[in-house]
Design a protein around this ligand. Sequence first.
Ligand SMILES: Nc1ncnc2c1ncn2[C@@H]1O[C@H](COP(=O)(O)OP(=O)(O)OP(=O)(O)O)[C@@H](O)[C@H]1O
Ligand SMILES: CC(=O)N[C@H]1[C@@H]2OC[C@@H](O2)[C@@H](O)[C@@H]1O[C@H](C)C(=O)O
Length: 386
Amino acid sequence: MSGTSADGIDAALLELPDWPALGEGGGGLPDLTGAAPRGRVLAHTFTPYTPDLRAAVLRAGQNEGTPAELTQLHWALGEAFAQAAAPLAEDADLVASHGQTVQHHPRPEAARGWTRPATLQLGEAAVIAARTGKPVVADFRPADLAAGGVGAPLVPFADWALLAEAGINRALHNLGGVSNLTFLPGTDPAGVLAFDTGPANCLLDDVAALAGQTQDEGGALAGAGTVHEATLSAWLAHPELATPPPKATGREVWTLSQLPRPASLSLPDLAATAVALTARTVGDAYRRWVLPRGLDEVVVAGGGARNPALVAALRAELPVPLRTFADLGWTDHGFTDATREAAAFAFLGYARAQGWPNTLPHTTGAAQAVSAGKWTPAPLTPGAPS
Ligand SMILES: Nc1ncnc2c1ncn2[C@@H]1O[C@H](COP(=O)(O)OP(=O)(O)OP(=O)(O)O)[C@@H](O)[C@H]1O
Ligand SMILES: CC(=O)N[C@H]1[C@@H]2OC[C@@H](O2)[C@@H](O)[C@@H]1O[C@H](C)C(=O)O
């Protein structure tokens, strides 16, 4: 899994001891019983992208580069994902690969040249299968998009299957490049609500880049600044924010260079304003669409959970307790704010291999559930070519 921050690859080895073995899932998805998490993450690695690879991903995201460069990137990412997966895949039945989103056009938008829904996740699955010797499930978003959904977020199906618990209305909140939430009212799948609330770290990362850093480490930059209210108001007027769910946004929507700001604004003030935008838009999303359904607690995940400035701003916005994966004891099972998304895609791949639906169509706006992900069989002669 590599997310919109395009900082590198999270690989997780997910064990599902209480679920039907592969090929024995003919009875369909079992009832959810027992305490969460219903699985165990046995291993996790994070492999940062090389600067060249990250630059190429960001260029593709900004609509730059030639078809030849995009083709090269698709295969270079396949190699990078294969290398990241290989050590963990030795013990695995299959590999699931989200790929790297470089463009996501959930709905037509004439001004951007998006005449139809479309999405593109790069990282050639055949390379991963060839290098690991395992079958690969990859490219999950197109099936939902083709069924009329916005193609994201997809993690909520796994959140529900692995982490929902009876008797508690919980939201899992991801602060990645983009901010998205999964609201789990007990274990009821029909009540699950999930959508992107707007930016999490992508704008802050843009500000950090202006300061010559890859991220605002520990929220130092934002902590030293003051929110510029006029700029915050201008950013809050973005039409995407008022759109009701289902909705999904890419980092192309939240790019600093495309947003209005006074040239005189200092980098710390800009960072503080970016943090305020994330906190306000997250708070607004809960107030409008989640709190009325009854919410007991929010569990934060994603890299933003490691930014104290962001977490403090969020805490001030939300009227319910903000918890961590450690607070719930989930880290004892290997589920951490860093492993959740990779483990979720491992589960989606498993569900796809069982032939089960693995989307919640009401959360994406699709006409029906799909078994998302494209199957690439294991090589006929296992083993990596020299
Ligand atoms: N120690 C830290 N201090 C401040 N910010 C951090 C820290 N660690 C991570 N981050 C932030 O978290 C981001 C990465 O988060 P994460 O890996 O969850 O995003 P992602 O999965 O790529 O994005 P998405 O979930 O939108 O696809 C970094 O770009 C950075 O902004
Ligand atoms: C198109 C795309 O890659 N969207 C990502 C992005 O990053 C966070 C948010 O926006 C979410 O909608 C989604 O990722 C997570 C993993 C998901 O599909 O659940």
